[in-house]
Design a protein around this ligand. Structure first.
Ligand code: MG
Length: 271
C-alpha cells in the first residue's frame, strides 16, 4: 500500500469524520474527541463532518459540534440532505415530492425549489429517510404514489442510529416498509456508502482522495464508502461496531482504532 504521503508528513491532509457513534453518542460528546480535533486543526489539517442523519440541518450540526467544544461552521458539515438536493436537482428539478422524513430534510428540499404534495397522482418522487414521526398515512401516500408511477429515492440505508440507550430505527426501516408493500426497489440511496456522497464531500474538501481519510464507526457505510472510493479509512469502536464484528467482517478498514484520539498516531511509524 502506498503510504508515502503519511510517512513524509505523518498526517493526512483532510480528516472526514462521521458524527453519530464517532464524535458523539446521542447528546454526549465522546471522550478526548474535542482535543483530538483541535490538535489536527492546529497542525493545519482540514476537518469536515459527514452524516447520513437528516434529522438535523448543517447549521444545527455546526452549533451542536460547537457546543461540544469543536467550533465548526455549517460549511464544514455535510449530511445526506445536501447530497439528495444536488442529486434531485439534476434528476428531477422542481419535482413534486412526498417526503417521509423530519422537518430539517423537508426544509432543505423546499429551499432548493422542490414542492411538497399530498396528492398521489401528482407526486413525481417519494423520498424515504430517518423519520421518528412515521405514521400509517405517510406509508399509504408513498404506496399510492409509487403504484401510480412516482420514482422512489432515499437519503440513507442505516438500519439504526446509535444512541446512549442503544439505538433508534433509521431509514432502512422506512425503505423496507415501502419496498415490502409496493414490491418496487428504491432507485437510488444517496448517503454513505454511495459514490454520490463521497464525491460531494471530496468536492467540498478540495483535496485529492489519497490525501483524505474517512473515520467512522460503521463498516457498511463509512468504511465501505472509503474502500470503494480508494480512500484510506479508520474504524472507531465507539459506536455501532464491536471489535469482534470488525474482526469477522469482509469489509476491512485501513486502520482499527479503539478511540478517536488514536488517529493522531496513524501514519506515524515512530508513535
Ligand atoms: Mg456513525
Amino acid at each position: 500500500m502506498d503510504r508515502a504521503h503519511t510517512t513524509s508528513d505523518q498526517l493526512y491532509g483532510a480528516y472526514i469524520f462521521d458524527i453519530d457513534g464517532t464524535i458523539s453518542l446521542g447528546e454526549t460528546v465522546l471522550p478526548s474527541v474535542p482535543e483530538t480535533i483541535a490538535t489536527l486543526r492546529s497542525l493545519g489539517r482540514r476537518t469536515i463532518f459527514l452524516s447520513n442523519n437528516t434529522t438535523r440541518n448543517v447549521a444545527s450540526y455546526g452549533a451542536r459540534l460547537t457546543a461540544f467544544g469543536i467550533p465548526t461552521p455549517p460549511e464544514d458539515v455535510v449530511t445526506a440532505s445536501q447530497v439528495l438536493v444536488r442529486y434531485l436537482g439534476r434528476e428531477l428539478p422542481g419535482a413534486r415530492l412526498h417526503v417521509i422524513g423530519e422537518p430539517p430534510l423537508i426544509e432543505d428540499l423546499v429551499a432548493a425549489g422542490f414542492v411538497l404534495s399530498s396528492r398521489a397522482d401528482e407526486i413525481d418522487a417519494v423520498i424515504a429517510s430517518f423519520d421518528r414521526t412515521l405514521v400509517y398515512s405517510k406509508l399509504q401516500l408513498a404506496f399510492d404514489a409509487i403504484r401510480g408511477g412516482a420514482r422512489f429515492f432515499a437519503t440513507n440505508a442505516d438500519r439504526y442510529c446509535p444512541t446512549v440507550e442503544g439505538g433508534q430505527p433509521d431509514a432502512a426501516a422506512v425503505i423496507a416498509a415501502i419496498e415490502a408493500c409496493t414490491g418496487i426497489a428504491c432507485e437510488t440511496i444517496v448517503g454513505k456508502p454511495s459514490a454520490l456522497m463521497v464525491d460531494y464531500v471530496l468536492g467540498r474538501v478540495g483535496l485529492p482522495r489519497h490525501e483524505c481519510i474517512m473515520i467512522g464507526d460503521r463498516l457498511e457505510t463509512d468504511i465501505e464508502m472509503a474502500n470503494r472510493a480508494g480512500m484510506a479509512s479508520a474504524l472507531v469502536l465507539t459506536g455501532a461496531t464491536s471489535e469482534s464484528t470488525a474482526r469477522d467482517s469482509l469489509i476491512r478498514p485501513t486502520y482499527l482504532l479503539r478511540h478517536l484520539r488514536d488517529v493522531l498516531r496513524i501514519g506515524s511509524p515512530t508513535a
